[in-house]
Every structure is written in structure tokens, then in C-alpha cells.
Design a protein around this ligand. Structure first.
Ligand code: DC
Length: 229
């Protein structure tokens, strides 16, 4: 039995199954789940909808000026048991998964002014512990003292297939090749940006889940948590 509320930070490359694992862990522990990537995606959607990203590219200065007008919050969906992201009062959980958002989210997430605001919102959500948060800088920047830090990996083909199945299952017109190219490009950008790049911290436990079922992963982590209690 888990004796006290802790913080679980899950980081890793795109489509390594972070959110699937985070949700399963949150469910089995009765913890809050926070998808930090959804927050960067929602800001990107705002930029696309407001002409801040156009054929000329991303206007970072203009996006920074707009930041005070962007309000994000999660609202619990009782049907799935997790929070869904709202952008200025509108549920954008589905629209932030579009390919156009995926194509622009890494440059948006590289802007320090954006990160500063997101990190403080994320820290506020995790203040009372009992939280599982997934992202790229959760163990390194958001919760450096998290009791459990995981770094997920999976093979490139498996990751591309997972994301392709998810997108095409939702009716998106994509190819495996285009999905794979987007994953590789985002990984490269997320790991090489100067502010809070994706890294595996020394105290993070690496899990390659290419061949592991979700239940295997949950069991492995619950054992880990129980052993440290
Ligand atoms: O987890 P995701 O693929 O939905 O995240 C989308 C993008 O957001 C990802 O390519 C990088 C960025 N991100 C980030 O920079 N820091 C986080 N904590 C979470 C996501």
C-alpha cells in the first residue's frame, strides 16, 4: 500500500506512451493526472487561430504580447475521469491533437516566456502532491524533487505506429511516414532547445516500453513505489 502522496514525473520523447502510463498510474493511485504537453499544444492552437503563426512562420514576439490574454485550465470529464484542457473557456482537448498543432508546438514550447508561465501553472497544480505529470522537463525543471522520476523510451517504429493508430482512429488523414517525420523533428527540437531541453536526469529510471504492456509497466512502478515507502 502507498503510505503517502508523492509526485510522479514522467518524461520522454514523443509518443513513448507517457500519457497512457501516467493515466493508468493516476487511476490506480487515485492521483491527479496532468498532461503538460496539452498546455503547450493549446498555446500553439491559440497562435494558429489568431494569425500569430502564418505562412511566414511563428511570430514569437507577438505571441509573448498575447500571453496575458491566454487562459488555460483543466476541467474534469467525469466520463473518462481525467481533466480536459480549456483554452479561454473552450474545450480544445480534441483540436490540440491536429497535425498542424504538432508541427508548430516545438518552436512555441522553445519560447522561454511561454515556459515560465506553464511551469508555474504546473507547479501550482502539483503543490499538494498526489500528482502524476508527464512532459519533457517535469523531472528536471517542474518537479526536481519528485519522489519518482521516469524516463520512457520506445523504438521509433513503435512510436510512429502508436501515434498513427491514434490519429487515424480519430479520422485524421495522415501517413505513417508523415507521423514518423513529425515525431523525429519534434524530438530533435525538444532535445536541442536552450531553455529546459528534454533530458534524462540522473535520478530518473529509464523504461523501454517497446515490448511491455501497460499493466506490466504499472506493476513495475507500483512495486518501485512500495519498495521506497
Ligand atoms: O506530450 P506532447 O507530445 O503532447 O507535447 C507536445 C510538445 O510540447 C512537445 O513536442 C514538446 C512540448 N512540451 C514541452 O516542451 N514541455 C513539456 N513539459 C511538455 C511538452
Amino acid at each position: 500500500m502507498i503510505k503517502k502522496n508523492i509526485t510522479i514525473a514522467i518524461d520522454g520523447y514523443s509518443s513513448t506512451g507517457k500519457s497512457t502510463l501516467a493515466k493508468a498510474l493516476a487511476k490506480s493511485l487515485g492521483y491527479l493526472y496532468v498532461d503538460s504537453g496539452a498546455m503547450y499544444r493549446a498555446i500553439t492552437l491559440y497562435a494558429l487561430d489568431n494569425g500569430i503563426i502564418d505562412d511566414k512562420g511563428l511570430n514569437a514576439r507577438l505571441l509573448i504580447d498575447h500571453l496575458p490574454k491566454i487562459h488555460l485550465n483543466f476541467v474534469m470529464n467525469p466520463e473518462c475521469g481525467f481533466g480536459e484542457i480549456f483554452l479561454n473557456g473552450k474545450n480544445v482537448e480534441a483540436s490540440i491533437r491536429q497535425m498542424t498543432v504538432s508541427q508548430w508546438v516545438s518552436p512555441v514550447a522553445a519560447i522561454s516566456e511561454v515556459r515560465r508561465i506553464m511551469v508555474s501553472l504546473q507547479q501550482a497544480m502539483g503543490r499538494s502532491k498526489g500528482v502524476v505529470m508527464d512532459g519533457r522537463d517535469i523531472g528536471s525543471v517542474v518537479f526536481p524533487s519528485a519522489e519518482i522520476k521516469l524516463f520512457l523510451t520506445a523504438s521509433d517504429d513503435i512510436r510512429a505506429m502508436r501515434r498513427y493508430n491514434e490519429l487515424s482512429g480519430n479520422g485524421a488523414d495522415v501517413t505513417i511516414q508523415s507521423v514518423k517525420e513529425n515525431l523525429m523533428a519534434r524530438d530533435q527540437q525538444d532535445a536541442s532547445r536552450s531553455d529546459s531541453p528534454l533530458i534524462q536526469t540522473e535520478d530518473a529510471i529509464a523504461i523501454d516500453n517497446s515490448k511491455l504492456s501497460i499493466q506490466d509497466q504499472v506493476d513495475q512502478i507500483l512495486t518501485l513505489i512500495n519498495n521506497r515507502d
